[in-house]
Write a protein that binds this ligand. Sequence first.
Ligand code: CP
Ligand code: NVA
Length: 302
Amino acid sequence: MKNNFISLDDITTEELFELFELADSLKSRFAHPPLAGKTVAMIFQKPSLRTRVSFEVGVHQLGGYPVVLSQEGIGIGTREKASDIAQLLSRYNDAIVARLYDHKILLELAQHSTVPVINALTDLSHPCQILADVYTLRQHKLLRDGIKIAFIGDGNNVVNSWLEMSKLIPMHFVLAAPKGYEPSSEILKSAQNAQVSTIEITRSPESAARNADILYTDVWVSMGQENERKKRVKDFAGFQINSKLLSLAKPDAVVMHCLPAHREEEITADVLEGVRSVVLDEAENRLHIQKAILAKLIGDIK
Ligand code: CP
Ligand code: NVA
């Protein structure tokens, strides 16, 4: 039976820590490339720097070959149906990595593919990012039960994946967002019902940041929302991570951002580039953790 990696609901807490161990070991293990002779199709309907490069480099480092496909090239839903693309790519490849707008299309690919499908971001969620982020917290020895993670900004795809992660490890997750920018109600309900973590939504960035271990933010205007820019910039005024907000957090708090960042919008340059920021570690760890996902799903691990 093939497994997919569509959301963090696809793994257990035990598997989460197994992935971390695997990522550690793959950092130094090249003697037997686990993806030797394998190919991975990578579909990008949206722009990407980190995800594209970390998956492409990761597949190469594991001994496989990445086939990168753009929306212009294959036309999902315009030139060809997602179900046909999934079946065809399954005949040639060992896995499909996809960054798409509509999460339903990702589920359609997964339904019709006979090889594992990995979510490289949709409008709904970004599980690879949050795996890398928690791996980063573990690297910095910050991972502990009840860790207070304050997300300041939009209740978007990144927040939805944090909520899914909150079912795997106990945390105190607080989202400070303006009215109208809440996360998926279904994912929120599922996270609350799991009763693993404490989850709060507030309109006050200050109350979220107070005593936090982690301050996290993401852009106010996600990919595909460019025509809402004017309204969003207005609505998110005051929801910025800056040195004043950081001063409310714990003295050793760290600052996270999935990147790309818009300096002086959701975060000031001094904080993004300051000593408390771990944003480059998060980006590097995309490579290590995605190699672990690939090795676990399709690798020949000896
Ligand atoms: N964080 C992230 O997914 O970056 P890219 O959009 O550049 O891939
Ligand atoms: N929320 C952002 C994340 C980018 C990595 C977006 O979807 O554009």
